[in-house]
Design a protein around this ligand. Sequence first.
Ligand SMILES: [Zn+2]
Length: 314
Amino acid sequence: MSSNKPMPVQTDISAPFWEGLKEGRVLIQHCSDCEKWTFYPRRHCSHCFSHQVEFREVSGEGVLYTYTVARIPTLPEFAGPEPQLMAVVELDQGVRVNTTLVGLKEDEIKIGMRVKPVRALVSKDGTVLLRFTGVDVDLAEIDEVPKQPEAPAAETAAASVRQIPLSDEEALQSLVSDEFTPWSNQLLVDQDMIDQFAALSGDDYWIHTDPERARKEGPFGGTIAHGALVQVLTSRLKVDLGFEITGFTNMVNYGSERLRFPSPVPAGSLIHARARVKSVERLRRGTQMVLELNIHVVGQERPAVINDLIILYM
Ligand SMILES: [Zn+2]
């Protein structure tokens, strides 16, 4: 598992529904005593309490009964760039299904519209969730398994970089700003990466390495990355500062003035970074620039890492 999103747990009763979805089939229960349909899967008919219920394949088409647009994640695990389109769909058999809509823009969603099922692959183990889209939308399957985004193109816009000689005090001071750079590339922090860091650092505490226990006992609904891991991933997040200091003989990473881990990075999160120049000072040991570099889970206001890096030019 490479995501902290809650996953369905199959029971003996619900297994045919979940296994059917993996094969692209929508199976719901039909009662042979009263001829009515039941959803969600259960041991008895929800109309007459008969135990004579059996799964039957249906088209999965229906109408949108109601919906809401959740712009604030309903759980931290659902944070992302897109709002959640939460919906209740009434299948043609009359049962209602809690779901989310995909492949539709907000202004295309209308209560009462015809909808059809979409298989959403959500986990490397093959788990499929039942989502819905408009009947006219060309979409039957969607792959939502978190993946590593493409690496950024190497050193592209070199022409737009402002060259600043170390001797130019005014230009150096003009870099100091409350404004952050644009976001860097995005990087997936998955369980494999966390496990590798646990092995390397020796910090294999269960909150990082045991997804099962972390889901049951941890405060975050799953495992989280080590703060130190996220901090060192800075090197893989290419922040375009928009300037380049020239005219020095030596540049040293002098450490950090402040290092904080204000919020967790759940396994399966995408992270990105941005930076700003906080101060430039002339000191005896050289010219010291403090660069505030913040790493966030994509879509989260609160940084996961705040690092005031000290760069010394000599
Ligand atoms: Zn019945």
